[in-house]
Write a protein that binds this ligand. Structure first.
Ligand code: NAD
Length: 318
């Protein structure tokens, strides 16, 4: 199979590219490094099965040769990134998705879009099944991401209905693992970075708000399975094990053997109170469920952060 991965130099995308190459596929990664990094794919670039095109998919998306599958992941994903890049986020979710769909249509390729649990907004139904239409504030600061993804889903369904493109919509819930940027604002890299440096671990609100965290390897398996099975979706991919932010901070602190105190800071606007996927559909129809326990996934992630730790051990101890 020859697969295109937009956003392939990002956190999830680089793990997906790696998995596809390991499975014996040829991979073309299209990325403009808005939030991704060349070093995420540096090892892949040394092999013969991986090619990188540096391009903004909101502007144009041209790839020579046959394509069997297109995974459309390009989009800023962390709140810090999409609040910093609001117009770019709207463009990549709309124009970028239309460009990716056009390419899939022209090449007769299967198409997967990485949508998000954020389409459920601040949910009034808990946990969230795919049939729930969501509670999104269309004009709040986070709407640039939430509404762009909702548009992306609508565009995907329009191409499916109008042109018969074999599309898959997956709604990804919070995912963590190696290669997250320590400054991307998400809780896991923030807590690990602070714990390793001995700095106060900043928990927003009272830390009672919950998230359900999926280890990246499990998610990537779900993405590949969903596309292989040509499941139309939408299908939730995430780990239903729900954890409060306060508890998460304490687990990270323990794994890092840190003495950092917890420091409570105000919560951002429209921050959802609870978030847990209902994965009954993924389990029943894809035969997929996450396998990595939170503590195990966090241990692997902390090990990676230690390897790439910018803080010298001596400074950490002081
Ligand atoms: P990321 O920011 O690490 O990766 C996104 C990649 O897309 C980056 O490499 C970035 O440079 C690239 N990109 C952004 N705009 C682009 C453009 N206009 N043209 C070309 N490339 C562009 O984020 P991630 O966590 O890896 O997320 C990947 C996808 O999964 C996103 O679509 C995101 O919405 C979705 N998702 C992720 C999570 C999560 O917890 N990580 C949760 C829900 C959904």
């Amino acid at each position: 199979m020859r697969a295109v991965v937009t956003g392939g130099a990002g956190f999830v995308g680089s793990h997906l590219c790696e998995r596809l190459v390991t499975l014996g596929h040829d991979v073309v990664c299209v990325d403009n490094f808005a939030t991704g990094r060349r070093e995420n794919v540096a090892r892949l670039l040394r092999g013969p099965r991986f090619h990188l095109i540096e391009q903004d998919v909101s502007e144009a998306l041209e790839v020579d040769g046959e394509i069997d599958a297109l995974f459309h992941l390009a989009s800023p994903a962390s709140p810090a990134d999409y609040l910093r890049l609001p117009v770019e986020t709207l463009k990549v979710g709309s124009l970028g998705t239309l460009n990716a769909l056009e390419l899939a249509r022209a090449k007769g390729a299967r198409f997967l879009i990485s949508s998000t649990s954020e389409v459920y907004g601040d949910p009034e139904v808990h946990p969230q099944p795919e049939g729930y239409w969501g509670n999104v504030n269309p004009i709040g600061p986070r709407s640039v991401y939430d509404e762009a993804k909702r548009f992306g889903e609508a565009a995907t369904m329009a191409y499916r209905r109008t042109y018969g493109v074999a599309t898959t919509i997956v709604r990804i819930f919070n995912t963590y693992g190696p290669r997250m940027r320590r400054d991307d604002g998400r809780a896991v890299p923030a807590f690990i970075t602070q714990a390793l440096a001995g700095d106060p671990m900043t928990v927003t609100g009272d830390g009672g708000q919950t998230r359900s965290l999926c280890y990246v390897d499990d998610l990537v398996e779900g993405l590949v399975t969903a596309l292989e099975q040509s499941h139309p979706g939408p299908v939730n991919l995430g780990n239903p094990h729900e954890v409060s932010m306060r508890r998460l901070a304490l687990v990270v602190k323990e794994i890092c053997e840190s003495t950092s105190p917890l420091s409570f800071v105000p919560r951002p606007e429209d921050d959802p109170q609870v978030r847990r996927p209902d994965i009954a559909r993924a389990t029943a129809e894809l035969g997929w469920s996450p396998r990595t326990e939170l503590a195990e996934g966090l241990r692997r992630t902390v090990a990676w952060f230690r390897l790439t730790d910018p803080v010298p051990p001596a400074a950490r101890l002081s």
